[in-house]
Design a protein. Structure first.
Lengths: 426, 456
């Protein structure tokens, strides 16, 4: 294929009639609100639902009667749904939707907390927020790796493999050297190694990028699993006992109520992840590098005509993505756990989902990752208060949300135009 | 998604032809011309009555461009890389390399012993074990021991044939079915439920259980199919997501009352009734079961469907160029849905194989193993042709079966098999690399690969 023609996207102004997307979403939200007000209200008990501002039941708390809370927050969701149905200005769509969804979640929580066994009618907010961020962390790194790759037009399904390889080499070389920093660098190189394979095969040998991603994931699982059994299982003390980053407290910020103990007494990866979101967002939309990356991802021929080295930009971005994902993998082995076989366990694919749900945008990916992390944390929490909701259904939430998103129910999701299409200089 | 230029139209049936596809058409034409002008090309089966489509040409070219050599050399390369991995992960062997300049024979000998023993066990566990054969001649063991490796290979290959066909069929229709894993998971659930919940007579029970598995897969294939056809949602994303939904559903279902084995506390379901189990072919001592026969039958059916039926023609036409197919009066919407349903049926049958065959007889969280993901590799290795898929599945089955022996006899982790499988497919996907390494005659296969790449 000598030329890469990008289809003209002629978005004709289509008259959608009364049932615009906003109205459909509003109707759905209205239904959810009704459901929560009636059903959750009926199921909730008269216990006080307490949201404590600490790690446990002690301390100050926001409390509300379970039944009243479930109904009240349900009504908020109804109101938001009705507002969308009545028609709100476009820029108000997202805030109103957010208010409605938060109302729905709070109504649900009021029911669950008030129906919990006596003595457990509380939700420790610090704990929940910290857990959300910890669980979201590999997703944030993974989704950022996806952003870097896909914005330059290379589909990155290999996030899982990059995370896994990062986790593995971080653990291995961290253990051998006894230094967290060596481990961190090794993790970055490990992730970049998988990226290098992806880049060479996708850019140089024009292998289908999705195929390559899937195969690389299997390769990473195989190689790390093999070496884990041969090295780490036989001599864990030598090969699988990496030192860990200790928690760093940030002065001043750590004293903020709730957020301070939840976020600003964490480890380096948390700060690094949040910082990277900011840096990549600014770099992508405000710098020359970002403009080139986006142009290569949207219309490589035009970029090439203007003198941008398309393939070089792609190589660089894919490798950078591997570095980011590798560090994300290290956030497991250099901070939390020792390495185990296939320890990423699908997080790379949720990161891919976060990337798509966040519309190929660093900040969007962050929010999506936090949402998925919250769903994950909620599943753990509900399990702890022996809820009637099976944790598996909450675990499905990120995947279902992504399916709804790409089906166009939560807004139009559009990938970079040249994403996945190899560029052959003609 | 981005591949629908006019998202408001809702159905891809109404989309205008895009430049990219026009370019693809042009590509198809030039290649057709090249094929005609190249005399030394081995005769590609001419199909009377049907013009060669782009997908067809792509596949024919892949086969024609010395596929056999590339496949063989990919295998060799994978085996070499595997050997390197074995050596660098063995501290005893590695230590001999510290004095390789003074006594190179030590390093070479120990490496050779390690690697040759491991690969010998791989062979003995999957194809033929000379010791068992001589034992049979001496009367030390029965004939079963001689056939045991082959029986294991066929047992592992059977489900992979189905999932491989599932992926290959969707590929030919221009869809990338990463969801074979999820479809097989739902298939396994339905087959097992039918297997232990329905009180049916033998024979009928088996038939119902197998069909239940197919139905489960069909449902799970239908969802991304209709989402692709109606909303333009990319099937790669949706099938990945549905894989996980299916897995969580399985782990939830296993521990429900009426499903969980009442005598157990861990996550395992009741066992499938014997009346619903696939009969074993070579007696109870050998695991090979009727699933492999079904797999051959399915291969034949898919080959017929693709090459001889109207639906197959439409499917290939849509796969080659959806806009041209639409112009020709083929309903792309309907074809997309049908492709995914058929792919789901095949993957669901693969799932039924896992629980109705001899691999397992009850649901566990890992009952499906990796057959869906392995199916992707099998389909690629088989060059997305039905009979090629069958051969590829046999190779992968052999690697699995041999890997088990390699693990227990040589202590080489089974993960090495995953590495080998991934490497084989990586090398096959990049024939240009293989040709560069072995200095083969230049081929155009690498360029053809681009026609698969469609992005999101």
């Amino acid at each position: 294929m000598s030329t890469m023609a990008v289809p003209d996207i002629a978005v004709a102004p289509v008259d959608e009639g009364f049932w615009t997307r906003s109205r459909k979403v509003g109707l759905t939200l209205l239904g959810l609100g009704l459901l929560s007000a009636v059903l959750f209200g009926a199921l909730a008990t008269d216990q006080q639902a307490r949201f404590t501002l600490s790690d446990d039941a002690a301390g100050a708390a926001l409390e509300i009667n379970g039944t009243i809370g479930a109904i009240l927050f349900g009504i908020i969701a109804i109101a938001a749904g009705a507002a969308l149905l009545a028609g709100v200005p476009k820029r108000w769509f997202l805030p109103v939707l957010a208010v409605g969804l938060v109302g729905f979640v709070l109504s649900f929580l009021c029911w669950q907390i008030s129906a919990a066994p006596t003595g457990q009618n509380f939700m420790p907010l610090v704990n929940i927020i910290r857990g959300t961020f910890i669980l979201a962390l590999p997703l944030i790194f993974g989704a950022l790796a996806g952003v870097l790759c896909e914005r330059s037009g290379v589909v990155n399904v290999a996030i899982e493999g990059q995370l896994l390889m990062g986790a593995f080499s971080g653990a291995l070389f961290g253990s051998i050297s006894g230094s967290v920093w060596v481990g961190l660098v090794a993790a970055a190189i490990g992730g970049a190694f998988i990226s290098l394979l992806l880049a060479v095969f996708a850019i140089r040998y024009l292998v289908d990028q999705v195929v390559m991603g899937i195969v690389l994931n299997l390769l990473a699982v195989g190689v790390t699993g093999f070496l884990y059994e041969r090295l780490m299982q036989t001599d864990a003390a030598r090969y699988n006992s990496a030192p860990r980053f200790s928690n760093w407290e940030i002065p001043l910020l750590k004293d903020i109520p709730v957020l301070g103990p939840a976020l600003f007494r964490g480890n380096i990866f948390l700060y690094l992840g949040l910082l990277l979101v900011l840096v990549i967002h600014i770099a992508l939309f405000r710098t020359r590098w970002g403009l080139r990356t986006r142009s290569v991802g949207e219309h490589p021929i035009a970029a090439d005509t203007l003198g941008v080295k398309v393939l070089r930009v792609r190589y660089r971005n894919v490798l950078l993505a591997g570095v980011v994902a590798g560090i994300g993998g290290a956030s497991y082995t250099l901070a939390l756990y020792s390495f185990t076989k296939n320890m990423i366990g699908g997080k790379g694919f949720i990161a891919l989902a976060a990337l798509i749900f966040g519309r190929w945008n660093p900040t969007g990916a962050l929010l999506a990752a936090l949402f998925f992390g919250f769903a994950d944390q909620l599943a753990t929490y509900l399990g702890a208060i022996s809820s009637s909701i099976p944790s598996q259904f909450l675990a499905m939430l990120p995947y279902l949300a992504t399916i709804l998103a790409v089906a166009g129910l939560v807004g139009r999701v559009r990938a970079p135009a040249a994403d996945g299409k190899p560029y052959i200089k003609g | 998604m981005s591949d629908s230029p006019n998202p408001q139209s809702g159905s891809p049936d109404k989309e205008p032809a895009s430049e990219a596809q026009a370019a693809q058409n042009a590509l198809g034409n030039t290649e057709r011309a090249e094929v005609a002008t190249e005399p030394d090309r081995p005769a590609t089966k001419p199909e009377p009555g049907s013009k060669p489509s782009l997908g067809r040409l792509f596949l024919d070219n892949l086969w024609a461009a010395n596929t056999f050599t590339v496949t063989l050399l990919s295998l060799v390369l994978a085996i070499v890389v595997g050997a390197v991995l074995m050596i660098i992960s063995d501290p005893d062997v590695l230590s001999t390399y510290s004095y390789i300049t003074s006594r190179p024979s030590d390093a070479i000998n120990s490496s050779w012993t390690l690697v040759s023993e491991a690969y010998a066990n791989l062979f003995k566990g999957s194809i033929f074990d000379p010791e068992a054969f001589s034992g049979w001649l001496d009367g030390a063991n029965g004939w079963q021991a001689v056939l045991a490796p082959i029986s294991e290979t066929l047992t592992y290959a059977a489900p992979l044939v189905f999932t491989g066909l599932s992926v290959a069929l969707a590929f030919r229709g221009g869809l990338f079915n990463i969801g074979a894993q999820g479809q097989a998971t739902i298939g396994v659930i339905m087959a097992a439920l039918a297997g232990f919940l329905l009180p049916l007579p033998p024979g009928l029970h088996l038939l119902v259980a197998v069909l239940a598995g197919a139905l489960g897969g069909a449902i799970w294939g239908f969802i991304p199919g209709i989402l692709k056809a109606r909303a333009g949602a990319h099937e790669v994303i949706n099938t990945i997501m549905l894989n996980y939904v299916a897995t969580y559903f399985l782990t939830w279902l296993i521990v429900q009352n009426g499903v969980q084995d009442p005598t157990r506390t861990d996550a395992i379901s009741k066992a499938v009734d014997t009346s619903a189990q696939l009969p074993r072919l070579l007696g109870d001592n050998l695991r090979v079961h009727a699933g492999i026969l079904l797999a051959v039958l399915a291969t034949w059916a898919v080959a017929w469907l693709l090459n001889r039926s109207t639906l197959g023609f439409e499917l290939r036409a849509v796969g080659a160029n959806p806009d041209a197919a639409r112009t020709a009066g083929i309903s792309v919407t309907r074809t997309y849905i049908l492709i995914m349903v058929f792919a789901g049926i095949l993957a669901g049958l693969g799932g039924s194989n896992m629980v109705l065959g001899s691999t397992a007889s009850a649901l566990t969280p890992l009952v499906v193993a990796q057959i869906g993901f392995d199916g992707i590799l099998v389909a690629l290795l088989g060059r997305v042709k039905p009979w090629g898929v069958l051969l590829a599945a046999l190779l992968f089955g052999a690697l699995q079966a041999g890997g088990n022996r390699m693990q227990s006899y040589s202590g080489i982790s089974l993960e090495l098999v995953t590495v080998l499988q991934a490497l084989i497919v990586i090398f096959i996907a990049a024939p240009a690399l293989v040709k560069a390494i072995f200095q083969l005659r230049a081929a155009r296969a690498a360029r053809l690969q681009t026609s698969l790449a469609k992005g999101w």
